[in-house]
Design a protein around this ligand. Structure first.
Ligand code: FNR
Length: 222
């Protein structure tokens, strides 16, 4: 199973980005689960809080979830031509302490999509996420884009994605990113199983006189 953690950058109940995320979850291909995680419990970043109390439990939990996932899907509104502060705040916490960035983010597939009732489709917000994604060492997927403008016309009053062209675009995006994230995971699995075979052979191998050469072979496997 390919697991993709998703974060929505809007907290409001009637969020168009929340609706977009729900559509993406429904369109996930078989073998892929898009699992939404809330950022609501994450406090405002405060270095004094971090120094005195460490990483808040909600942040630690989300870090671990992302670290175990095959990919991250960011569903972002655009505020003042840039990223929404609540989600930037969450990512800032998730990047602490800095020496844990590699475990949580480095090499992890990431895709970004967004919706706005305005005309620009969140293009500036999506672009504004890129320096963050780059700094964290993530692996962005750029083969398709979902930039939804006039969101009040593509979702109905119950939050369903009703515009057929947008449905097709979202489906293709989700399928493409799921394949990308799944392929990365398979590569990692191959590396792990090659290492495991090396270790197993090391345990079982012996030199011509029948002496076990475990240590040497295990060192090679690493
Ligand atoms: C906005 N909005 C907005 N929209 C946009 O397309 N470009 C922008 O730069 C901004 N800037 C902006 C700033 C602030 C402070 C607010 C509150 C709103 C409108 C925004 O797209 C709209 O509120 C969306 O509905 C927010 O996304 P959700 O909550 O529907 O997911």
């Amino acid at each position: 199973m390919t697991t993709i953690i998703s974060l929505c950058g809007s907290l409001r109940r009637g969020s168009f980005n929340g609706m977009l995320l729900r559509a993406a979850i429904e369109m996930a291909p078989s073998g892929t689960a898009i699992e939404p995680e809330s950022i609501r419990e994450i406090p405002l970043y405060d270095a004094d809080l971090e120094e005195e109390h460490g990483i808040p439990p909600a942040v630690e939990r989300l870090k671990n979830r992302i670290a175990r996932a095959d990919g991250l899907l960011i569903v972002t509104p655009e505020y003042n031509n840039s990223v929404p502060g609540v989600l930037k705040n969450a990512i800032d916490w998730l990047s602490r302490p800095g020496d844990d960035i590699a475990r949580v983010f480095r090499g992890r597939p990431v895709a970004i999509m967004g919706a706005t009732p305005g005309a620009g489709g969140t293009g500036l917000s999506q672009a504004a996420w890129l320096p963050v994604v780059r700094l964290l060492g993530m692996r962005p997927w750029f083969e398709r884009a979902v930039l939804i403008s006039d969101a009040s016309k593509v979702f109905d009053s119950e939050g369903h994605l009703i515009d057929a062209a947008t449905q097709r675009r979202v489906r293709a995006f989700v399928e493409g990113f799921a394949a990308f994230a799944g392929a990365q995971r398979n590569q990692e699995d191959t590396k792990v199983s090659v290492a495991a075979v090396g270790i197993r052979e090391g345990v079982m191998a012996s030199d011509p006189r029948g002496r076990v050469v475990t240590t040497l072979r295990m060192g090679e496997a690493q």
